[in-house]
Design a protein. Structure first.
Length: 123
């Protein structure tokens, strides 16, 4: 597993949003999707409000790689299923970072959303 360098980890983790492009089966990139992003420990995570049925999430499943851009960092990444043991920390990161959106943040804390938790790994 590759790890984030400290500067990129901080910049992405502090960014309000992240643009994610997944690769299609032929290697071309899909249109970017803007979403919330959190840092939990030394890892970066995203979730789909619609869970595994979300269109952007399904797009990550064809090649499990793509590109992200957040906080001035543009990086090729691998999409890795998060270990369920990470969910509590990821939940806390979402609550802390997006606390000013109390009616909205709850949507990324459901069991359905948790099932789509992806860890972003630089490549």
């Amino acid at each position: 597993m590759k790890t984030w360098n400290g500067s990129d980890l901080e910049q992405i983790g502090a960014a309000e949003e992240l643009d994610l492009q997944s690769e299609r089966g032929d290697g071309s990139l899909r249109d970017p999707v803007t979403m919330w992003v959190v840092r939990a420990g030394d890892q970066i995570y995203v979730r789909s409000v619609k869970g595994p049925d979300g269109p952007w999430y399904r797009g990550t499943q064809s090649r499990h790689q793509g590109r992200i851009e957040a906080g001035g960092v543009r990086q090729e990444v691998a999409f890795r299923e998060a270990d369920p043991s990470a969910y509590t920390g990821v939940d806390a990161a979402y609550r802390d970072k997006y606390a000013r959106y109390p009616g909205i943040v709850e949507h990324v804390l459901t069991d359905r959303a948790r099932a789509s938790t992806l860890r972003l790994e630089p490549r």
